[in-house]
Ligand binder design. Structure first.
Ligand code: 5MM
Length: 341
């Protein structure tokens, strides 16, 4: 392992004013997104949709440091035969790959999940490196509900995340470590804080036990937010203040950058929260975005599966990427959204 090179990539992935486009929806997840825009979930449509984003030069060059791809996409070619990975590289962005194989029920833990995909990972990673991937992603999912999460679920998922991270670094690939505490429940922000703290403490302990070099990872956490069904809402300032406090408590300064998931927040909420955290300032790591839904919802709607809508979809993508880039610098303001509308 060459740690200096891993660190260079991790730093570039979270460079000031840039963030990551999470375009690694599995075929099942993209189907849900396409259903919402009345678009058939075919291989060609998935290619056309992603090609549309990767060819959005302004967004890709200025605001997108890297793109997380799904296995199908990393081997796909654009309509003119150019590999999609090349389009990303030509735009000065870094290709990455989701390497987990989804979740399965965790034995003896009703309602809880374990992320799978470790078995052949050591053999798969060099092939992805050869295809151009310089970073990877593995997502653990922790749900909050009555009697959950259990320590078993947190510990086994943290263990798998660390196993994955160690294998990636050995293959000279930067691991994005993504332990996601879902915001689906009715819990309040303090319960989210408490569970995320538990998950992050356990994750960093496992990373340490498995000798993962923190200078060569990127952390992709959730923010401290109330569950979607919670009656107790939290202000942007409260989310920012609690998330920063939580991360300072759990994430060593050796980690070069933290790139949040959006987790079902609205586009503007995800931007406002990131901006408010960066306005607090004086942070030991760069704080940016690694959004899927919060970057893609607007361009998806604008595109709606029609070639005639590509320019409008690219404009919508550029706008969201720019707003999040400003938020990553703490320079966003709500009236910038209104002006654009
Ligand atoms: C893009 O969505 C990824 C999940 O895909 P699958 O569920 O199909 O495996 C997801 O891991 C994503 O990278 C992160 O959750 C960030 O996306 P959001 O939408 O939460 O910002």
């Amino acid at each position: 392992m060459n740690l200096a090179d891993l660190n260079k990539i991790a730093v570039a992935m979270t460079a000031a004013g840039k963030g990551i486009l999470a375009a690694d929806e599995s075929t099942g997840t993209i189907k849900k997104r396409f259903d919402a825009i009345n678009t058939e979930n075919t291989e060609d449509n998935r290619r056309d949709y992603r090609e549309m984003m990767f060819r959005t030069t302004e967004a890709m060059k200025n605001y997108v440091s890297g793109v997380i791809l799904y296995d199908e996409t990393i081997w796909q070619k654009a309509k003119d035969g150019t590999p999609l990975v090349k389009l990303i590289e030509q735009a000065g962005s870094i290709p990455g790959i989701k390497v987990d194989e989804g979740t399965k029920p965790l034995p003896n833990c009703p309602g809880e999940l374990i992320t799978v995909g470790l078995d052949k990972l050591a053999d798969r990673l060099p092939k992805y490196y050869e295809a151009g991937a310089r970073f990877a992603k593995w997502r653990a999912v922790i749900d909050i509900g009555a009697g959950i999460p259990s320590h078993t679920a947190i510990m086994t998922n943290a263990h798998a995340l660390a196993r994955y991270a160690a294998l990636c670094q050995q293959a000279q690939i930067v691991p994005i470590v993504e332990p996601e505490v879902l915001m689906d429940g009715a819990h309040d922000i303090d319960r989210c804080y408490e569970v995320t703290q538990w998950v992050l403490k356990e994750t960093f302990q496992q990373l340490y036990f498995q000798r993962v070099e923190l200078e060569g990872i990127v952390l992709k956490p959730n923010m401290a937010v109330p569950g979607k069904k919670s009656a107790k809402k939290a202000s942007v300032e409260e989310v920012a203040e609690k998330t920063v406090r939580l991360l300072k408590d759990c994430v060593p300064g050796a980690v070069p950058g933290i790139a949040f998931l959006s987790g079902g927040q609205s586009d503007e909420e995800a931007t406002a929260h990131l901006d408010a955290m960066n306005k607090i300032g004086n942070l030991p790591w760069n704080l940016t975005f690694s959004y899927g839904r919060a970057l893609q919802a607007a361009p998806q709607k604008a595109w709606s599966g029609k070639a005639a809508n590509v320019a409008a979809a690219q404009a919508a993508f550029t706008h969201r990427a720019k707003m999040n880039s400003l938020a990553a610098l703490g320079k966003w303001a709500a009236d910038l959204e209104k002006k654009a509308a």
